[in-house]
Write a protein that binds this ligand. Structure first.
Ligand SMILES: C[S@@+](CC[C@H](N)C(=O)[O-])C[C@H]1O[C@@H](n2cnc3c(N)ncnc32)[C@H](O)[C@@H]1O
Length: 504
């Protein structure tokens, strides 16, 4: 019997070694391994006599193959399937056609009529053209099931893709969210979407319009996370947290969302629970962050963190991103501090919870010229809490904070580089004890674990830090007093924060 999955897998194996790396990167070509494709296909619940399936960015057809194999193995099957695969890269088309032929043969064996079509065209252009002229409800563009691993690639604000999407009021800057946004529009009422994507759309300000578009159009039914960041696309050396999303185009949103987790696609699902939708997307959250909390401990932690008394604004504090973008400020950067310069702080100056400046063994500039042109890039000298914007992939912690306190060095202003976020008192420096307490809170393990529930990548945005709740000033100051200028070891710090905050 024809095995569509085996056909797709053989093509994937052959291509992995031969595809041009530049083309791979331009077209976001990372092919889904069989275990992941099967897991995705197993999530399909739609039962119709005739199913029109869409695979957008089909590659060699791994996902369509897995879906067909799954459907053929079920006791209750559709009578007819119509498979539509969009793929832009012509070099993949022969293999894709072989996979679809294998799908047709596998269907024939179990008495399903299978029709298929390869659309060798740009998915975004084709769909925008169709939807923009109001051909939305035509037979050619409505699907019952969409299964996809869309290409991951950022595009610029002035790009043609961005302009095309704007014709449909879709605001997004990555191909993967563009694909998903369009697929959602192409689904028939009650049609289902199954997609594997990076987790980055779950938070981050740039993805907000996309999240809103998604939540306004579909019912989130299931979210599956892989604990090991590097596994879903192991063979392609992709290091990112991935999520499988299952959604149904019917509103209103149902009260429960199934959240599950496995270590890798080859491992069994180790946690699976139905989570109230309000725990996934908080009511009234203007950012519409999507929280992925698969276990009870995580749930209890989220409760504790979200019932802390203060927003950052209520504390009278702000967090901003460092204003010095070094490649744009090249003319003012200096390797060493000299007359007329002030300190320029990078993440490299972080050292066990403190900022140490200057640093001997760094390739980064140490100082920035202070003149009337560069002055807008500076902040008044004093005490601040800095948080790295990018954590190294292998780093244990996502949120890494340090106290900046160069009181002994006589400068009026300092520069914070753009890879840092800095907490301030509405433009002014912080009280020193408060700063130590805030830094202790940001560096504690429960906060880091909670942060990961909505942030699945290595970037810590100022928006993420603004979205957190904080202890009161009095509690932060009390914490600061206990620490007195030296960040304790992690266990000790966690015990201290637990004692004061009752957060474990
Ligand atoms: C991440 S790969 C996934 C391939 C396949 N779905 C799988 O799971 O193995 C994305 C695919 O989308 C294709 N692609 C990229 N941009 C496209 C576009 N604008 N229109 C159609 N296909 C595109 C790439 O060539 C690539 O094969």
């Amino acid at each position: 019997m024809a095995d569509p999955l085996a056909a797709a897998e053989e093509a994937r194996q052959n291509l992995s070694a031969t595809l041009d790396p530049t083309r791979r990167s331009t077209l976001g070509q990372f092919f889904t391994p069989p275990a992941t494709a099967q897991l995705m296909a197993s999530m399909s619940t739609l039962l119709r006599k005739r199913v029109r399936l869409l695979d957008a960015g089909a590659g060699v057809g791994a996902l369509t193959a897995a879906w067909v194999a799954e459907i053929c193995s079920r006791p209750v099957r559709p009578k007819e399937v119509v498979l539509t695969a969009y793929e832009l890269d012509e070099t993949l088309l022969p293999a894709l056609r072989r996979t679809l032929t294998a799908c047709e043969q596998a269907c024939a064996v179990v008495g399903i009529t299978c029709k298929w079509e390869v659309r060798a065209t740009d998915f975004i252009e084709a769909v925008v053209d169709t939807l923009d002229v109001g051909l939305f409800q035509t037979e050619r563009s409505v699907f019952d099931v969409a299964i996809l691993n869309p290409p991951y690639k950022k595009f610029r604000s002035e790009s043609r893709t961005r302009q095309l999407l704007r014709r449909l009021n879709i605001e997004t800057s990555n191909l993967y969210t563009a694909f998903l946004a369009l697929v959602v529009l192409l689904l028939d009422e009650s049609g289902e979407l199954i997609a594997i994507t990076p987790r980055s759309f779950c938070n981050g300000p740039y993805f907000r319009p996309f999240r809103q578009h998604l939540l306004q159009n579909v019912n989130l039914t299931r979210l599956h996370v892989f604990e090991a960041r590097d596994h879903a696309f192991r063979d392609d050396e992709v290091l990112q947290e991935n999520v499988i999303l299952h959604a149904v185009k019917s509103l209103p949103q149902q009260p429960l969302v199934c959240v599950s987790q496995s270590r890798t696609p080859d491992d069994p699902i180790n946690v699976q629970r139905n989570v109230p939708f309000e725990r996934v997307v908080r009511p009234g959250d203007s950012q519409a962050f999507i929280h992925l909390v698969p276990d009870d401990d995580g749930h209890a932690l989220a409760e504790a963190m979200e019932t802390l008394p203060c927003t950052l604004d209520e504390l009278g504090l702000c967090v901003s991103t460092g204003r010095v973008v070094d490649f744009r400020a090249k003319q003012w950067l200096r390797a060493e501090p000299t007359a007329g310069t002030v300190p320029l702080i990078y993440p490299t100056h972080f050292d066990s919870g403190l900022v140490r400046w200057p640093k001997a063994d760094t390739k980064k500039p140490s100082a920035i010229v202070h003149n009337t042109d560069s002055a807008p890039l500076m902040v008044p000298a004093g005490v601040y809490v800095l948080v790295r914007r990018f954590s190294a992939k292998e780093e244990r912690r996502r949120v890494v904070a340090a106290v900046f306190d160069l009181s002994s060095v006589p400068y009026e202003v300092v520069g914070f580089e753009n890879h840092l976020n800095y907490f301030h008192e509405r433009g002014a420096p912080l009280d020193r004890t408060l700063a130590w307490g805030l830094s202790a809170f940001l560096n504690c393990s429960p906060l880091d674990t909670y942060f990961r529930q909505f942030n699945g990548h290595t970037q810590v945005n100022a928006t993420d830090l603004r979205s957190l709740r904080y202890p009161t000033r009095a509690v932060l100051t009390a914490l600061g007093h206990r620490i007195q200028g030296i960040l304790p070891a992690q266990d000790e710090l966690d015990a201290l924060v637990a004692e004061i905050l009752k957060v474990r």
